[in-house]
Structure formats: structure tokens, C-alpha cells
Design a binder for this molecule. Sequence first.
Ligand code: SF4
Ligand code: SF4
Ligand code: SF4
Length: 248
Amino acid sequence: MVESSNNPRDKKLRATGYMLKPLWVTLRTMVRVSLPGHRPRTIMYPWEKSIIPDCFRGRPGIILDKCIACQKCVKVCPTTCIKMVQIEHETLGKVKRPEVNVGRCMMCGNCAEVCPTNAMIVTPEFELASYTRDDLIYDPIKLQHPWKAGYEINYEEQLPSNMKGPAAKKGSMELKDTVCLEAKKCISCSRCEKTCPTGAVKMTDTGEVNEKTKKPIKRPVFDDTKCVSCEMCVDVCPKDCLTMKEAQ
Ligand code: SF4
Ligand code: SF4
Ligand code: SF4
């Protein structure tokens, strides 16, 4: 093992070496790239752009007509930079869609991964510099991006194949969480039916009659094929009689 000397002269020599080495590397590279047949090590950004790989994750984007306003992206975002806002759209009318503060976004792609309809996508856009913080708040209209195959992170097809163990189960839409009803607590208010973005909840006659009102008793029935596990019915229930049962 080579022991470093504490002699002041040796220390000075080492310090000089630390300063000269990077200068030598710079000079050597400068000479090399100026020789014929050698390509430059850098590009003239922003006039020249690097080729972005297919798997590049830039800012999130949205396909407005695919979104069902389930808010899963809002719940999953680790930096809480997504919120639902109301917009007036020429074809969709008055709808709620996600707004993203890209200044806070860490480009993790979780929102695109969790979106059940692939409405949220990851785009290759990374040049987001602006003069004000407000410019970094992308409302649903500004957030739109033309769709191209590969921009969505397909929860069903891509993730389970790349993962093993419990994570793979979690990624599979076939093993999604399901809604459980505690029927005794239900007051048949129909809020869950009205709130469900995919129409998976249907208030159904139980065949029983309310003794006081003499009206038929209805209870929600959940269609697991339509449910996207967004938990909006759970959030809206005034009696807390709905819970999510985790996929096994
Ligand atoms: S990419 Fe990640 S941080 Fe950015 S909005 Fe989506 S979930 Fe949030
Ligand atoms: S998860 Fe997808 S469908 Fe649900 S609100 Fe977000 S973008 Fe829309
Ligand atoms: S929101 Fe709750 S109380 Fe109302 S119908 Fe649905 S399950 Fe019953």
C-alpha cells in the first residue's frame, strides 16, 4: 500500500498535480476533436438537439377525451402537483380534468402508469424553462399533447412483465382492488352511483320494502368489469359503508 507523505513539499506537488491534470485532459480533448476524423464531444444546444430515447420520460400530457376524471393520477402523484379543475371544452362541455404544476413534477410517470384509460401519458418534452412560476402550471388545455404509440405507460401490459412478486400483482388490472359494501349502514342515497366515472355502480332493488316509507329498498351493486378502483364511491359515501378490498 502506498502511504501518502505529510511532507509540505510533497503536499504542494500533489496539489499542483490536482490542478494540472484537468487542464491536461481539456487540452488533450481540444486537440483531439480538432483533428480530422474526430467528432465533437458536445452539441450546439439549443440549435442542435440530442436524439431522445423512446423510453424518455418528460412532462406529463393528457388526452382530454380519454380522461374519465377518476382522480387516480391526483391520488398517486408523489409531489401532489396534480389537481382536478373544471374546464369548458368545445366538444366535451363542462368537465373536470387534471391540471399539473410541472415546476413541481419529478417526471416519475406514476400518473401515466396508474391511469386506467391511458389518458395521462408521458411526453418527450423537457424544455420547460419559463420566466414565472405561474407559467409552469399547465391547465388541461395546455397539458394536451398529441398521442403517439409508446407515450402511455401501459399498466396492464408493460409493468407486470417487468416486475416480480407482489409488485407484479399490484400492476395487473385483473388483480385490481374491489369495492366492498357494508349493507347494514347503507341509506340508499345513490351518491356512489352518481359519482362513479365508469358507471360501474347500479342501485338495485333488494326485494325488501322500507317499513316506514313503504318504498323498495335499493342497494348498490358493483360491476367489477367496469370498476377502475378509483375509490371515488368510497370517498363520497356519507355513511362510510364502502371499503376497498385489496387484490390478493
Ligand atoms: S410524472 Fe409523477 S410527479 Fe409528475 S405529475 Fe405525474 S405523478 Fe406527479
Ligand atoms: S387517472 Fe387518467 S382518467 Fe383518471 S383523472 Fe387522471 S388522467 Fe383522467
Ligand atoms: S354512497 Fe354509501 S350510503 Fe349512499 S348508496 Fe352508496 S353505499 Fe349506500
